[in-house]
Ligand binder design. Structure first.
Ligand SMILES: Nc1ncnc2c1ncn2[C@@H]1O[C@H](COP(=O)(O)OP(=O)(O)OP(=O)(O)O)[C@@H](O)[C@H]1O
Ligand SMILES: [Mg+2]
Length: 237
C-alpha cells in the first residue's frame, strides 16, 4: 500500500500546495493518484476543498473528502458546533486504505497541525497514520519560528511511534531573509529527517500545466523529483 500522510506545523502553511506538488510528480510518472482530505472545515458546500484543489493543480485522478464542516475551526470543534458526526481517525484510515486498493499513491492531508482533534475522543491525524503504518511528510514554513514548530511536530510523531519521512517548505519566499536561508541547513536537524523540497511562493496561483511542469524541480528524489537540497541552499546564498 502506498499512502503518505501530509501534516504540517500548523494551518495555512502550504499543505495543500505541497500535496498537489507530490501528486503532480507522481501523476506525471504515470501513477494513478488519489488525494484524500478526511475533514474539510471552513468552506461552503459549493466551494472547492483542499482535495479538489490539489487534484486540479496536479492532475491527480481522484479527490476525496469525507466530511465538510462549515466553520473554520478544528474538525472536532467544527463538527460539534454544527451538530454533525465527526470523522474519526479510523474512518479516515479506512477510506485511505480503500483508495489505496484502486490507486498507486494516496495522499492524506490533515487539517491544521498534527494534534488537531478530529473527534471528541481526541483522535488525530497521527492515529490515522498509525493505523495505516504510513510515512508522514511534514510541511513547514520557511522563516523564523519554523525550527521550533518542526521539532515539536517531529517529536510528537516519534512519541506516537511514527517516523517523519521528511520536511518540505510549503512556501519558499521570492526574497528569502537570513532566517529562511539558515533554516535550510537547520530544518533537517530540527526534524531529524531530511529536507525534501521547497515549493516557491506563488506556486498555487500557477496554471495547472505550469504547476505540473515545474513540480519535479521543487521536490527531492525521495518524492519523485529532482530538487537537490545542497544545490538549492547554494543557489539562495
Ligand atoms: N507555495 C505557495 N504558492 C502559492 N500560494 C500558496 C503556497 N503555499 C500556500 N499558499 C497559499 O496560502 C494559503 C494556505 O495554503 P494551504 O491551503 O496550502 O494551507 P494548508 O497548510 O493546507 O492549510 P489547512 O490547514 O487549512 O489545510 C492558501 O491560500 C494557498 O493558496
Ligand atoms: Mg490545506
Amino acid at each position: 500500500m502506498s499512502v503518505i500522510v501530509v501534516t504540517g506545523t500548523g494551518t495555512e502553511i502550504g499543505k495543500t500546495i505541497v500535496t498537489a506538488a507530490v501528486a503532480a510528480v507522481a501523476a506525471a510518472q504515470g501513477r494513478h493518484v488519489a488525494v484524500l482530505k478526511p475533514a474539510q472545515t471552513g468552506l461552503a458546500p459549493d466551494e472547492r476543498g483542499d482535495a479538489a484543489e490539489a487534484a486540479r493543480l496536479s492532475g491527480a485522478a481522484t479527490a476525496a473528502e469525507l466530511a465538510r464542516f462549515p466553520e473554520p475551526l478544528a474538525p472536532a470543534t467544527s463538527a460539534r458546533r454544527a451538530g454533525m458526526a465527526p470523522v474519526g481517525p479510523q474512518e479516515a484510515a479506512a477510506a485511505a486504505a480503500k483508495l489505496a486498493e484502486e490507486h498507486d499513491l494516496v495522499l492524506v492531508e490533515g487539517a491544521g497541525g498534527l494534534l488537531v482533534r478530529f473527534d471528541a475522543d481526541g483522535g488525530t491525524l497521527a492515529d490515522t497514520a498509525r493505523l495505516l503504518s504510513a510515512p508522514v511528510l511534514v510541511v513547514a514554513p520557511a522563516g523564523l519560528g519554523t525550527l521550533n514548530a518542526t521539532a515539536l511536530t517531529a517529536e510528537a510523531l516519534r512519541a506516537r511511534g511514527l517516523e517523519p519521512l521528511g520536511v518540505v517548505v510549503g512556501s519558499w519566499p521570492d526574497e528569502p531573509d537570513l532566517a529562511a536561508r539558515c533554516n535550510l541547513a537547520d530544518l533537517p536537524e530540527a526534524a531529524g529527517a531530511p529536507l525534501l523540497g521547497a515549493v516557491p511562493q506563488g506556486a498555487g496561483a500557477l496554471a495547472p500545466e505550469d504547476f505540473r511542469a515545474r513540480a519535479a524541480h521543487w521536490l527531492a528524489p525521495a518524492l519523485g523529483g529532482v530538487w537537490d537540497a545542497e544545490g538549492f541552499a547554494r543557489s539562495v546564498g
